[in-house]
Design a protein around this ligand. Structure first.
Ligand SMILES: CC(C)(COP(=O)(O)OP(=O)(O)OC[C@H]1O[C@@H](n2cnc3c(N)ncnc32)[C@H](O)[C@@H]1OP(=O)(O)O)[C@@H](O)C(=O)NCCC(=O)NCCS
Length: 163
């Protein structure tokens, strides 16, 4: 699948940018080690073998897309998982399940590229909206989502139990 966001996009205001092209593509099993590193930066440490297994389980591709951002040096510098699960209470809606950009690559437009590619995928699956949940401590990420047209529509508590 081709994404319109595959073209170069950088924040013009950022002095460190040299118009390098970042490519957005589907994740491959060979990306597992880099995805694991980035999971650690997101606060969810994982081993490459665990990521390999999780990537295998994330299916079908009609309901899930794990996208990676690849630098011109072919280094994976970010990933995003978006999925769509039909629900009773709302129209078909996509959800961003995870998003992270390498900590030495932030504020250069890569997150925006991944988000745009996810929106494109979600539209292609028939979704009219896409949502994302973000921990209350991630204040900068909240600014990022607001800037990209998301509205803060609800605040929740999350519960879990070991079973
Ligand atoms: C949120 C995130 C994915 C955005 O990716 P990005 O490539 O930095 O995004 P962009 O360059 O398109 O936009 C930059 C904006 O993202 C926001 N941002 C959020 N967290 C940031 C961080 N730790 N460092 C820099 N910018 C961050 C800021 O609003 C920033 O704007 P600024 O450059 O004017 O300060 C990325 O910063 C990240 O991985 N953060 C840590 C993990 C996280 O919070 N993930 C979201 C979970 S819901």
């Amino acid at each position: 699948m081709r994404y319109p966001a595959m073209a170069t996009k950088q924040k013009r205001t950022h002095p460190a940018i040299k118009h390098a092209a970042v490519k957005i593509r589907r994740a491959k099993s060979s990306d597992a080690a880099r995805i694991a590193v980035l999971c650690g930066q997101l606060g969810y440490p994982a081993k490459p073998a665990e990521i390999t297994q999780r990537l295998r389980r994330i299916k079908p591709p009609s309901q899930h897309a794990v996208l990676v951002a690849e630098s011109p040096e072919r280094r994976v510098i970010g990933w995003l998982h978006v999925s769509v699960s039909p629900l009773i209470e709302v129209e078909l809606r996509a959800e961003v399940n995870g998003l992270v950009v390498a900590d030495d690559e932030r504020s250069r437009g890569t997150g925006a590229l991944l988000l745009r590619a996810a929106e494109h995928w979600a539209r292609s699956r028939g979704c009219k909206s896409m949502s994302v949940r973000s921990n209350v401590i991630r204040e900068r990420a909240h600014q990022f989502y607001l800037r990209h047209g998301n509205e803060h529509y609800k605040t929740q508590k999350a519960f879990r139990k070991s079973i």
